[in-house]
Design a protein around this ligand. Structure first.
Ligand code: AMP
Ligand code: ZN
Length: 298
């Protein structure tokens, strides 16, 4: 394994050690959690989040896996199966919540509201991750966002000078409401490629295909651009993100423009306004669905 960004080459054993140590150092250095924490690991069935769960479980952290079954056809079916077989193989606790059971499958929400799939899906995921952490008594939510994800997000935020988003783009987000828990990204310093190698070497069976809704997403264009930059100048992805976090992020105003959230009058979760984004989305889907049914019947 040759890693040009680190100017190093590794054998199998050394790579596994390198990867685990890099994740472990990010956890300790950023004070993400410790051995007494109960961690909700959001697992999608992809390489990153399963690699993360593998590292945390091997290091003896207390984890509960959480998978949200999104109802996106065969892709979601395969994703769920990968999470379930990983949990079974390693004797780990996995909770699955199925959106289709509540008639909230992503394709249904998208066709009812005509909202962009990724934004609707993001709102729904955030709600269920927060609710699951609360219900399962977890102190922290860990996601598998890697360096490629974070660098691409940074590029997008910089290109559009999204200052409130830049102010919140950190590997650790402290809760701003009593019903929120801390959110962390322990893989923020490892690349997508490194996570894939780790998963492969550890024999983790993961979903290889991208979400069908992500095809053509701008995020993928940014990732591609950063990969081209990385090929010319190894290490630039890491430097871009790291220098932002060390030098630019601290001088951005800490509070987002919205201020701290209130409480949703419908579901009791944090909300900007009376009703949270999730409840607004669900209500919009229901109203529009009923309106179409009524129009169809008339
Ligand atoms: P994505 O937004 O698909 O790039 O995923 C980012 C991270 O969110 C993943 O690494 C997982 O930790 C988490 N995640 C995404 N989709 C799901 C899901 N359906 N269920 C649980 N966690 C998920
Ligand atoms: Zn709500």
């Amino acid at each position: 394994m040759k890693l040009r960004a680190h100017n190093s080459a590794f054998c199998r054993a050394c790579f596994l050690f390198f990867f685990q140590r890099r994740v472990g150092r990010a956890i300790d250095h950023e004070k993400m959690f410790d051995r007494s924490s109960r961690i909700l690991v959001a697992v999608s069935g992809g390489k990153d989040s399963l690699a993360l769960w593998d590292v945390l479980a091997n290091e003896g952290y207390q984890t509960v896996g959480f998978h949200l079954a999104l109802g996106i056809g065969g892709y979601s079916q395969r994703s769920r199966e990968r999470c379930e077989s990983f949990a079974e193989k390693h004797g780990l606790d996995l909770r699955v919540h199925s959106l289709a059971d509540e008639k909230l499958a992503i394709p249904d929400i998208v066709s009812a509201t005509r909202r962009p799939a990724c934004s609707a899906c993001g709102t729904i995921k955030r709600h269920y991750f927060d609710a699951a952490a609360l219900e399962l008594g977890c102190d922290v939510i860990a996601t598998g966002h890697n360096l490629d994800d974070e660098a691409a997000r940074l590029l997008g935020n910089v290109l559009h000078w999204q200052l409130p988003h830049l102010a919140r783009q950190r590997p650790v987000l402290e809760p701003t409401h009593p019903r929120f828990v801390r959110k962390v990204k322990p893989l923020f310093r490892v690349t997508e490629y490194e996570a894939a190698i780790y998963a492969f070497l550890r024999g983790i069976d993961y979903v290889v295909d991208e979400c069908p809704n992500a095809v053509g997403a701008t995020q993928l264009v940014y990732k591609d651009m950063l990969n081209r930059l990385e090929a010319e100048s190894p290490g630039s992805k890491l430097t871009f993100l790291q220098d932002f976090l060390q030098r630019a992020q601290p001088v951005l105003p800490a509070a987002s423009a919205d201020g701290p959230p209130q409480t949703c009058t419908q579901c009791g979760m944090p909300a900007f306004g009376d009703v949270c984004g999730y409840c607004r989305l669900v209500r919009e889907a229901e109203t529009k669905r009923e309106r179409r049914l009524a129009a169809g019947a008339a």
